[in-house]
Design a protein around this ligand. Structure first.
Ligand code: FNR
Length: 184
């Protein structure tokens, strides 16, 4: 099983990257996770670019990575009450071509971290909504980390209840993939 991770913060010392790493550490041993590292290289989505002869290589690669993934993990900071544009742009690219998108039917879950105690709640809610509209089979529950600059030590969440919630969510995502396979 292969999980593709999209991290909405582009900075190296990102708390959302730490959250993504902590989530991946909770995945069952037989699950592989890959972070798509090139969100910053994606041009803004335009239908002018969305043709075989104009499609940017990075957009093609993102679509292939989503098509190859059994599940998606969206990890988002909150920028002005919503998803950062880099992350929304990635979802927009993967949601096309309409009717044949890579993301349709893919199990997905949303996590978010912010410096404030509100734990990126609006961004997480928006992440669930845009993934659902894009056609993913997204878990309604999310995990949010507030006051994120103080929340990690040695690569783990220091709050045991939050860490349990994180483990529970990523394990449910893996179960959802197995349920999809059984139904197929
Ligand atoms: C923010 N931040 C922020 N935080 C929040 O709780 N609600 C918000 O609406 C915003 N808005 C916002 C806009 C912009 C442009 C920036 C750069 C930041 C703070 C943000 O949550 C904080 O920087 C996170 O820690 C960023 O995540 P990383 O980079 O640590 O993963």
């Amino acid at each position: 099983m292969n999980v593709l991770v999209l991290v909405g913060s582009l900075r190296p010392d990102s708390t959302n990257r730490r959250l993504a790493d902590a989530a991946v550490a909770h995945l069952p041993a037989d699950v592989q996770a890959t972070v798509f590292e090139r969100l910053a290289d994606l041009p803004h989505y335009s239908e002018e670019l969305d043709h075989d002869d104009a499609l940017p290589e990075v957009a093609r690669d993102l679509r292939e990575a989503v098509a190859d993934a059994d599940a998606l993990l969206l990890v988002t900071p909150e920028y002005n009450g919503s998803l950062p544009s880099a992350l929304k742009n990635a979802v927009d690219w993967t949601s096309r071509p309409r009717g044949a998108s890579a993301i349709a039917g893919t199990p997905a879950a949303v996590l978010g971290a912010s410096g404030s105690p509100r734990a990126a709640q609006w961004a997480r809610e928006d992440g669930v909504r845009v993934l659902r509209v894009a056609g993913a089979d997204v878990l309604e529950d999310t995990v949010g980390v507030g006051s994120a600059f103080q929340a990690f030590a040695d690569g783990r969440l220091t709050d045991p209840e939050l860490d349990d919630a994180l483990r529970g969510l990523v394990r449910r995502l893996a179960e959802q993939v197995r349920a999809h396979r059984t139904a197929a």
